[in-house]
Structures are given as structure tokens and as C-alpha cells.
Design a binder for this molecule. Sequence first.
Ligand SMILES: C[S@@+](CC[C@H](N)C(=O)[O-])C[C@H]1O[C@@H](n2cnc3c(N)ncnc32)[C@H](O)[C@@H]1O
Length: 201
Amino acid sequence: MDAASWDERYRGSELVWKAEPNRFVEQELAGLQPTGRAVDLAAGEGRNAVWLAERGWEVDAVDFSAVALEKAERQAADRGVRLRTVHADLTLWTPPEATYNLALIAYLHPPWPDMTQVLTRAGAAVREGGTLLLVGHDAANPERGHGGPQDPRVLYTAEQVADLWRPYADILRAETVPRTVTDVDGAGRTALDALVRAVRR
Ligand SMILES: C[S@@+](CC[C@H](N)C(=O)[O-])C[C@H]1O[C@@H](n2cnc3c(N)ncnc32)[C@H](O)[C@@H]1O
């Protein structure tokens, strides 16, 4: 989906995603001491970025949907925190190098060649000892999971992401993780996500 389609989707509803952080983001980062700057790449309406800011991180929220970023700013203001929003296409934008103590990427799915660029730049943007966290729809999800993008060209495995980060980061977790979701019919289903957590060397 391009930026205009995302804008349309975000304009169409109060909140496309919930206001609470993604469960894996919360699980992985709740115990991490906030130490300076974090960047949320593809921040959307800011559910994760606002939560990080509430925890004490100084957060840059990047997305190519201006509508999403406006909503993120509104959520932040309502909850008494600040975000620095950056309106940019991540396939073109280069974050400043060795700047952040945390880089988060949640459910960003451009075609894999573009995603490799985003992942590499995210790695370069994190300082030594800083954390890299990715959560996304796993490549196995269309066959064995539920929902999410179905086009295999935009999906990846945790191992593919870990392989990219491994030359300069220690991989703490690289797994397929189940996420229980409630379908429109009210039934519980299991989506499969890719989860990678790494520490920059
Ligand atoms: C599924 S949403 C996830 C939002 C957020 N990370 C979350 O977990 O709530 C994907 C987001 O990626 C953004 N996005 C997709 N491709 C992008 C690109 N090339 N550059 C910047 N943002 C992009 C969309 O605008 C959208 O907000």
C-alpha cells in the first residue's frame, strides 16, 4: 500500500489499531531502562511510540502517512507526552547514524529488497549497546496463521531479519511467535508473527 492508501485507511476510522502497545513490544521492552532516544520506524497512529514516550524515552516517530502522524501527535498530547514526528518514506529516508538507544519496527511490510534497506539503516542508526526490535507478519502466516498481508513478496521470517543484523548485532531472539486475535465472527484465531530482538555491538 502507498502513502495515499494508508492515509485513506487512517482517515476512515477513529483508531485502526488499538491505543495499547503491541503485546510483543510491551513484553520485550517493558523491562528495558529508557536511556535517551528511540525511533519507531513506521509508527502509524503511535500506539507503540506513545507508550515508549510514557516510559521515558525521547521518541522519533517516522511514517509516510501524514494522517497517521497527526493521530499519533493527538494521542501523545492526550496522554501528556511528546513525540517528534518525521513524515518520510522509509524506503528513501536515512536515519542519523549511531544516534538511538532503541529502534523499533512493527508490522512494516514493503517488498523485501526495500525492507532490507530499512533494516540495514535501522541497524546503523542504533548506538553500541542499543536495542533493535522487529515484530512483523511471519512468512508462514498466510499458510499456517491468520490475517495480515498475503503477498509473499512483502513477508519475511525472523531468521531473514536476524541474518541481516547478525554482522553487527548480537541476536537475543529470532522466532516465530503466535498472536491470538479475535476475528470478525468473534472466534479466536492464531496469527504468526516474526520477532527479532538484537543488541548492537
Ligand atoms: C500495519 S501499520 C503498523 C503501524 C505501527 N507500527 C503499529 O504497530 O501500530 C504499517 C505502517 O507502516 C507505514 N508504512 C508503510 N510503508 C511505509 C514506508 N515506505 N515508509 C514509511 N511508512 C510506511 C504505514 O503508513 C503504516 O502506518
